[in-house]
Design a protein. Structure first.
Length: 755
């Protein structure tokens, strides 16, 4: 008999705070002794269970406030717990051991700072301070900070700290070639410098706690006596250091209760280890596992859809969400022609929902990648529907987009001093404030634009020789790009500018987690330009978009990534871009294999379960990727949806060439009157989506073939002599004798034998 069946009919006498719980929630709150894992599915009331359990420990006199350690991941969650507990007990909870991992670890460390070479009044450094310190160490070691930026070096150190690895625990080959093979030495020097400054970073808070506990058994024993019970929220998001910290503190009493959901572990890219929750019963023999499966948020169809998808993961403990609420809409799936049509469809749906009385703040569009918001932002602006982007700036406000637009503005408009100032040292060219001030002064005296002043000063002694060379090269680039405006399509020109300026390469060399997203945004920017006839027309459009963006705090729809949506809920959720390569994300699968795919599937589960009343999944038949159209196929996650809980929201018109049937599309397509491909039939060379009975194909713009061939010797005005190593239409990849390998347009080189 299942646990749910055993508990449903149980009487619930006892304190009033327990009477508000369902039978399984109450069992979790009352299981006070020994290790307990509460597997809390989305919307099953985990916060209520956690706070009620803490209140029950105190009310039943099993422990006093000072004998309970309650750990959360965010300050928001900690505040919510404090507020709820204070209301239930009618007493303030200030001073209790209730807070985030970092705040509690800092509190412990201040009591024992001398054990790790610090004083109790140590400073906790923020990211800017950390980067500044790493830069000093790189300079002292004569390491090129362009090749190995401080942020990249810091990222490696932080990952080691997340895994509780101090410098002495690392093997020589653990660092690879990072920072010229000196990364472990830099890590040790960084830690020593922190001690000299009487400082710690956030990673040190956990790391130093673990060091103290492992070195001083008497100190650890004191905390064993102090903390009789441990309560942990969001256990699936713990990293190795947090996991070890908890195990050390719980090893005496074993009275640890961890609440989490292995199906919502989506932060592997920042150190979270889903294995921590999966091996709980192994780590704590005799542990009781209680599954919270009754959902109070979503309709039965939404829960069934989410459960069917996540059931395909192998690395999970297993549970099935259910609800007592009958009825509700089925999850809708819409197939659209392309990304623009997808944005139009979603925008029209939101407008229709608003007319039906839905508040915009209860409507969310959840995307897999940040670059996807651009088309939805523009569509909502056209419709006059206010929106907010959560977890990041709006598309045209992002750093990399503003930088790229500044380059385009300088090429189009020589008098744009603001744009010129933005790009003159981006990427880094060694042009500092003193040089820029010289240019400004000349521009004022001569009453000319800043760019023209820069040109003129390259022929004088006002600038140092190196600065003259650097600025002259930049100005020659700008002049060349400007000359190409009438010849090249503006999308090709945009790519040329971003590539030859070094801006794309700057982000390609950046090893921070944000860099891949910035590169995707740049590709999306170039793709967006194809909808306009000229570069000037596009820049005017962007100006109008920026001008009409409303920053008010009124009723607004929400755009955000799936990662940012965890813990939130909305009446209506749109889930666009469910296509192979986009979602599941190809890079995640390439880098992490099956583990990456399973985390992507957990992300799909999180997305679906954010919806209370309606969920709508969309995919496009084709997308424009970096200016060229590519045919797409639906995400495998759509195939995993149960047909009985799905309805078609738009003409499907496309069946996956793989025979896409299984648990879904075969039923939908037949019900809609569409003929399925024969079993075992070979897929066509290319599929053509059919909209309202008309077949069409969107082709990329034809590019001329180059007259150059591989191994030809050529000369480039900027890069000098080189040898062609690859030809792609009118683009050449050239190994230059002095400048290294570059990709250039063939129109910018001449055959060496013609010079």
């Amino acid at each position: 008999m299942s646990e749910r069946t055993n508990l449903v009919g149980r009487d619930a006498p006892g304190p009033s705070y327990l009477a508000t719980l369902n039978p399984v929630q109450r069992a979790a709150a009352e299981a006070l002794d020994g290790p307990v894992l509460v597997l809390a599915g989305a919307g099953t009331g985990k916060t209520r269970v956690l706070t009620t359990r803490l209140v029950h420990l105190i009310a039943s006199r099993r422990a006093g406030p000072g004998q309970i350690l309650a750990v959360t991941f965010t300050n928001k969650a900690a505040r919510e717990m404090r507020d709820r507990i204070g209301a239930m007990l009618g007493t303030p909870v200030e001073g209790w051991w209730l807070g985030t991992f970092h705040s509690l670890a800092a509190r412990i460390l201040r009591r024992h700072a001398e054990e790790v070479g610090l004083k109790s009044n140590f400073t906790i450094l923020d990211t800017d301070d950390q980067i500044r310190l790493i830069k000093q160490l790189l300079q002292a070691e004569s390491i090129d900070d362009k090749r190995w930026p401080a942020r990249v070096v810091l990222g490696v150190i932080e990952r080691w700290k997340d895994r509780a690895l101090t410098p002495d625990k690392l093997k020589p080959d653990d660092g690879g070639d990072v920072a010229g093979g000196k990364i472990i030495h830099l890590y040790a020097a960084y830690q020593e410098r922190l001690r000299t400054l009487n400082a710690a970073d956030f990673g040190d808070l956990m790391l130093h706690n673990i060091t103290v506990f492992q070195r001083r058994a008497d100190i650890l024993a004191d905390y064993h006596r102090r903390f009789r019970y441990l309560l942990v929220d969001e256990y699936q998001d713990t990293n190795v250091a947090q996991y070890l910290w908890l195990r050390l503190l719980a090893q005496a009493s074993h009275n640890i209760c961890c609440v989490g959901d292995d199906d919502q572990s989506i932060y592997g890219w920042r150190g979270a280890e889903v294995g921590n929750i999966l091996r709980f019963e192994t780590d704590f023999p005799g542990a009781k596992v209680i599954r919270l499966e009754q959902n109070y948020r979503s309709t039965a169809h939404i829960l069934a859809a989410a459960s069917a998808v996540i059931a395909h993961n192998q690395g999970r403990l297993g549970k099935t969400l259910w609800t007592e609420e009958a009825g509700g809409e089925k999850v809708r799936v819409a197939a659209l022609a392309d990304g623009e049509e997808e944005a139009r469809f979603v925008g029209d749906e939101i407008e229709a929902l608003q007319r039906k009385g839905y508040a915009l703040r209860q409507i969310a569009v959840l995307v897999r990648a940040g670059f996807q918001t651009r088309e939805f932002e523009e569509r909502l602006l056209i419709l006059g529907l206010p929106y907010r982007v959560v977890g990041g700036p709006r598309f045209y406000e992002r750093l990399e987009i503003r930088d790229a637009l500044a380059y385009f503005r300088v090429v189009l408009q020589p008098e744009d001093d603001l744009a010129f100032e933005r790009i003159i040292n981006t990427p880094k060219r060694g042009i500092g404030d003193a040089t820029l001030q010289t240019l400004r002064q000349a521009a004022r005296v001569l009453a000319i634009p800043l760019a023209e002043a820069a040109w003129r000063l390259t022929d004088t002694d006002e600038l140092k020789p190196r600065m003259r060379i650097v600025i002259r090269a930049l100005m020659q680039d700008i002049a060349r790009w400007r000359a190409e405006m009438g010849r090249l399509p503006h999308t090709d020109l945009a790519r040329m500018i971003l590539d030859e300026s070094g801006y794309t390469a700057m982000w390609q060399a950046d090893k921070t987690p944000e860099a891949p997203g910035r590169l995707e945004n740049l590709k999306e920017l170039v793709a967006a330009m194809a909808d306009f006839e000229t570069l000037g027309g596009f820049l005017e459009h962007v100006s109008l978009v920026m001008e009409t963006q409303d920053s008010s705090d009124g009723d607004m729809a929400t755009l955000m990534t799936l990662h940012s949506a965890k813990g939130l809920e909305f009446d209506v959720v749109f889930l666009p871009g469910w296509e192979e390569g986009l979602f599941p994300n190809q890079r995640a699968m390439d880098e992490n294999g099956i583990a990456g795919l399973e985390e992507e599937r957990r992300l799909a589960y999180v997305g679906i379960t954010r919806a209370r009343q309606r969920a709508l999944i969309t995919y496009a038949h084709s997308r424009r990727v970096y200016g060229a159209w590519a045919t797409t196929i639906p995400s495998r996650f759509i195939e995993e949806l149960p047909g009985e809980d799905i309805e078609i929201a738009a003409d499907p018109s496309f069946i996956d060439q793989r025979g896409f049937g299984g648990a879904g599309f075969e039923v939908w397509a037949r019900d809609a009157g569409y003929r399925l491909p024969r079993a075992g039939a070979q897929p066509p060379a290319r599929s053509f989506p059919v909209i309202e009975g008309t077949a069409f194909e969107v082709k990329p713009r034809a590019r001329p073939s180059s007259s150059f061939v591989r191994d030809a010797r050529v000369f480039h005005q900027k890069f000098g002599y080189g040898t062609v190593i690859a030809v792609d239409n009118d683009k050449l990849e050239i190994a230059f004798d002095q400048a290294g390998t570059k990709k250039v347009m063939d129109s910018f080189v001449v055959a060496a034998d013609k010079l």
